[in-house]
Design a protein around this ligand. Structure first.
Ligand code: FE
Ligand code: FE
Ligand code: ZN
Length: 247
């Protein structure tokens, strides 16, 4: 690959990586939808497939913006990565490839429909978290480079990935993990929510939500409660702080 010389190159590389990720996800989701048993889970994955298609288109917009900006740049002697790659990037996101591969392997195991649903959620959430990290990083770079339009587009997708992740957490914690457990063990009707690490992100709760949230016996600080969806919408601003460029 071409030598990267600055943050801008790194941003363009990240955008290529995300593009490849979205492409692979568009290919992988239909198989997961087919395997899912729970109607709500199927629907959530179907919805995210549509959203993912739009996310890929949004990245095309981002690429256009970056390329246009490169061409209009006064710094002609130093074309950005896209200028050098234009027309010929075949970068593949290995992270997504690995996550999908791992998921497919687990899903091919012999398991009950309920356990399979829980496994599908786990696989999908690992992918969401990878994307959240990538988009958060890219947005931070874009902000640093004063590319406001690019940062905004990336943030739109970032918010969608958070939402998809929240939906999956709600599904898992509210029902599907329990079903997976009950299907094998009727006598155990404990309400513990710690069967799977659906703890998702660690981010500061919005001040309002803190007051509103009843003191539920949350097992872990990071466990996202079913109330978190509303919280998530309110704490959009605080996300900027949690998804800094650290990946
Ligand atoms: Fe995505
Ligand atoms: Fe990647
Ligand atoms: Zn996604």
């Amino acid at each position: 690959m071409d030598k990267m010389i600055n943050l801008r190159d790194l941003l363009e590389h990240e955008v290529q990586d995300l593009y490849s990720a979205e492409e692979q996800i568009i290919e992988a989701l239909p198989k997961m939808i087919e395997k899912a048993n729970n109607r709500e889970l199927k629907k959530a994955l179907q919805d995210h497939l549509k959203v993912t298609q739009q996310q890929k288109d949004r990245l095309d917009q981002v690429k256009k913006l970056l390329l246009g900006e490169e061409e209009g740049s006064a710094d002609k002697k130093q074309p950005g990565l896209f200028g050098r790659l234009f027309g010929g990037s075949n970068h593949k996101c290995k992270g997504t490839e690995g996550l999908i591969e791992e998921g497919e392997k687990v899903m091919s195991e012999n398991m009950t429909p309920e356990v399979l649903d829980a496994a599908i959620i786990a696989c999908a959430q690992k992918i969401e978290h990878y994307e959240i990290c990538g988009y958060g990083t890219a947005r931070a770079y874009a902000r640093e480079l004063n590319l406001g339009d690019v940062a905004e587009l990336l943030e739109e997708t970032l918010d969608e990935e958070y939402e998809a992740d929240d939906t999956l957490t709600d599904l898992a914690v509210s029902r599907l993990n329990e079903k997976a457990q009950n299907a094998s063990d009727d006598e155990d009707d404990t309400e513990e929510e710690v069967a799977m690490p659906q703890s998702t992100r660690v981010r500061p709760a919005a001040p309002k939500a803190k007051k509103a949230a009843p003191k539920k016996a949350a097992p872990k600080k990071s466990t996202v409660s079913s109330k978190s969806k509303t919280v998530a919408k309110k704490s959009k601003a605080s996300r900027g702080k949690t998804s800094r460029a650290r990946s």
